[in-house]
Write a protein that binds this ligand. Structure first.
Ligand code: ATP
Length: 271
């Protein structure tokens, strides 16, 4: 069966306010993506070329997708999300067609941010990637050709993401391609405090809930881990009765006992 799929255009609702603990990454995306998409004329006047491609790299669940969506929303740009496995088709020519459609659609609805997840999978199967060597090479070349073609437009930006930056095909990282590398790591204590605040925004918290203490005790937790912790605390409160009014510190303690950081110290060495 053909793997050709519709190119879905989204208008994301995520804002910078929904992203916690990634201030540096956020600043770089604001300057690199938001500014050129909102004020292309300023770049033209100064004769500088804005970056076309950004690579967000770091452990899973740290907010790469979230950042890309916030960048789109705050740039008032459309958002098209795809992942490498969606672009790899074993049918001859289909991958190229799919990529062509992707970029064509992006230009049609520009300004647009194209998000390509799992960028590391675009390497030959022997390297741990998904596809046949010839297919991945063609896919990489087609993406590069499309990105080269974005030169004059300045209103389509590509954001790639990977958990395994060392596996990304070096051809994708050359100047004019994914040449802005942005690390998206596990949050520090202040970042975790902020992420916990974001995810408990709509939760009635007991007076005894101490987010600062929780932030201090969740080292190496990612944003996704913290979201899971909050959800489990809510479920624990629910277990006490359907009419339980608030989620208390004891519920968070129970949840802490059920969860741990998904990222290990070993994993962090890769970055
Ligand atoms: P992957 O590499 O697995 O694709 P990712 O880095 O793209 O992961 P996201 O999909 O952005 O991670 O994060 C998953 C969910 O975890 C988000 O939808 C959000 O609810 C929560 N989350 C992750 N990071 C953050 C963060 N920095 N601030 C707030 N919430 C976060």
């Amino acid at each position: 069966p053909s793997a050709m799929r519709e190119v879905m255009v989204e208008a994301p609702t995520i804002t910078w306010e929904d992203v916690g603990g990634l201030d540096d990454a956020q600043t770089r995306l604001r300057e690199g993506v938001e500014l050129p998409l909102k004020h292309p004329e300023a770049f033209r006047r100064l004769g500088i070329r804005p970056a076309k491609g950004f690579l967000l790299y770091g452990p899973p669940g740290t907010g790469k997708t979230l950042l890309a969506k916030a960048a789109a929303r705050e740039s008032e740009a459309n958002f098209i999300a795809t992942k490498s496995s969606d672009l790899l088709s074993k049918w001859y020519g289909e991958s190229e067609q799919q990529i062509a459609r992707l970029f064509h659609r992006a230009r049609q609805v520009a300004p647009t941010i194209i998000f390509i997840d799992e960028l590391d999978s675009l390497v030959p199967a022997r390297g741990g990637g998904l596809g046949e060597p010839q297919v991945t090479e063609r896919v990489v070349n087609t993406i590069l050709a499309e990105m080269d073609g974005l030169e004059e437009l300045q209103n389509v930006v590509v954001i790639g993401a990977t958990n395994r930056p060392t596996l990304v095909d070096p051809a994708l990282l050359r100047p004019g391609r994914f040449d802005e590398l942005i690390y998206v790591g596990t949050p520090d204590t202040a970042g975790r405090r902020r992420i916990l605040a974001i995810h408990t925004r709509n939760m009635p918290l007991g007076d005894d809930v101490n987010l600062e203490s929780l932030a201090q005790r969740t080292e190496r937790f990612t944003g996704a881990d913290l979201e899971d912790l909050v959800r489990r605390a809510g479920l624990t409160a629910l277990r006490r009765g359907l009419d339980t009014g608030k989620v208390g510190m004891a519920d968070f303690e129970t949840a802490l006992g059920e969860t741990r950081a998904s990222v290990t110290a070993d994993m962090l060495e890769e970055y």
